[in-house]
Write a protein of this length. Sequence first.
Length: 459
Amino acid sequence: MPKKRKTVFVCQECGYDTPKWLGKCPGCGSWNTMVEESVTPDSSGSGGLRLGLSDAQRPRPIADVQVEDQPRFLTGSGELDRVLGGGVIPGSMVLIVGDPGVGKSSLTLRVCAEVARSGRKVLYVTGEESTRQIRMRADRLHALADELFVVSETNLETIEAHIRSTEPALLVIDSIQTIFKPEIQSAPGSVSQVRECAVELLRMAKSNGIAAFVIGHVTKEGNLAGPRVLEHIVDTVLYFEGERNAEYRVLRAVKNRFGSTNELGLFEMRDMGLVDVPDASRLFLSDRESDSGTVIIPTVEGTRPLLVELQALVAPTPYVPPRRTADSVDIKRIQLLLAVLEKRVHLQIGACDVYVKVAGGIRIDEPAADLGICVAMASSFANRLIRPKMIVFGEVGLSGEVRAVSQADLRVNEARRLGFRHVVLPMKNYRQIADSVKGIHLYGAEQVGDALRLAMPKG
């Protein structure tokens, strides 16, 4: 007998399904995202126990599992290799997500050319552009290579045939939202299509030792378009940060089964596409003399120290309530630190508009930036300059204490390399590194008020 078909309504944001249409998704709370899709129940009757398992498939003690170092190959981009954990692992699946025009296709095409020049076959599958358009971009990026193969296709079965015939070492899918599986009745980009196509591509990558790069779209909120289960399927998820008109791009790993998620890659958009930025600290520091409200903060992304310029503007306002605006810094953190300055340092800053931003668009999330933010806001409020060639870092508690942070020596050495002469840091960190760090003046602070006096001396 033919299989009986039924339909369900599936949320295109989170994948929640229900037998009837709902205006609001119970799973994620989104409105008007339920789409009707056909479902064919599995009647294979294979729900019982699987018999006849081989010795390799049976459970065994974890101590008996053999561990081998998985070989990696380089992509030709040092920044991308850093974020991936040292290179690409064969059989892994990497999801690259970012806004339109941020540089996803340009970076992957450049990587394809570099890998192909190393002697490995590369297959670039595009579902959004023609092969002629890819060739035009490759000419502009100087990304031509004999072992780089390009095909414009959206049918998953045809793509699988191309993979079997080409046997590539690297596979690029641009993008996963355009690929469809004929057996599924829903449209390309739907939850069912994205999930099933991703699982099938992952199976082929694992079974054939192919490294796969999959490009994904984002929603207007900046999140991955389609089901969140896609992030659970792949091995690594990379997010591009930065406006399409901005000069610099930041690549972060939010998931990485083969490396750290704390690393950060920096790129600069030029005529030849995205170019690596190995020494980013110099780019994010201005050459002019500092104004009031400007502080240099050393942040650490994985193993990379990075000096960024933080600016604050505090101005009286007749409006109630006053404005609180933050760019690249958590606004809730700003409100907390303003309360600390008001209560513990007795700065009458509550009736002022406060604007805080990080030059260059680098987002700062770590607590080590707390003290620098306090100094910047206090400097703008009092209209006083801080010491020239000074950096400030430390975590601030609710009672106004300055807490120690990790990797203080790494931050100080990076500042010394770039010519800075003064550092205000937590007293505990000062005691730890005072004897080992030379060539730069260290000032330990136990309270926020002490840090303000050290950073902005009278006279």
